[in-house]
Design a protein around this ligand. Sequence first.
Ligand code: HEC
Length: 144
Amino acid sequence: MSETFTKSMARNIFYGGSLFFFLLFLALTFDTESALPDRDNRQAISEKVALGKKVWEEHDCIGCHTLLGEGAYFAPELGNVYKRFGNSTEAIVGFIKSRPENGIPGRRSMPQFNLSDEELEAVAEFLKYASGINTNNWPPNIQG
Ligand code: HEC
């Protein structure tokens, strides 16, 4: 019996390992794809949500905020702001309108964007949609 590790053994490990991990990759991709429709809140996407996303992009909200963990760290995470504001789009609209006058003195404040009522409602609706995405509560972000 020989203890040598031959070239053909190495080759078999290489091909077998590659095949194993490729199949694992396919299985996990399939698992993710089939879980998405129940988690990504796609049924909530409306014209208004789409307009809200446009407002979000045109005013570079992500230049200060994160959304589901992605973005800048200057201002609060907004992925669940709808829930943190008591499931209320009115509260979000009221907040955006009230800045910077109602900010906490001496602390950084949100600028005033002078959005129209339609834009305000749409961006709030976009944030409501974002709050409905099931991210397993990521990123951890509680009020207060
Ligand atoms: C120049 C940086 C900046 C930009 C750009 C910005 N924000 Fe803010 N935002 C802030 C800061 C700072 C706060 C928290 C301080 C405060 O109370 O004003 C805040 C707070 C908020 C809050 C309340 C969050 C909470 O958890 O209390 C909402 C909602 C919000 N912003 C929405 C928006 C939207 C929508 C846009 C894009 C139209 C936007 N922000 C763009 C700086 C910014």
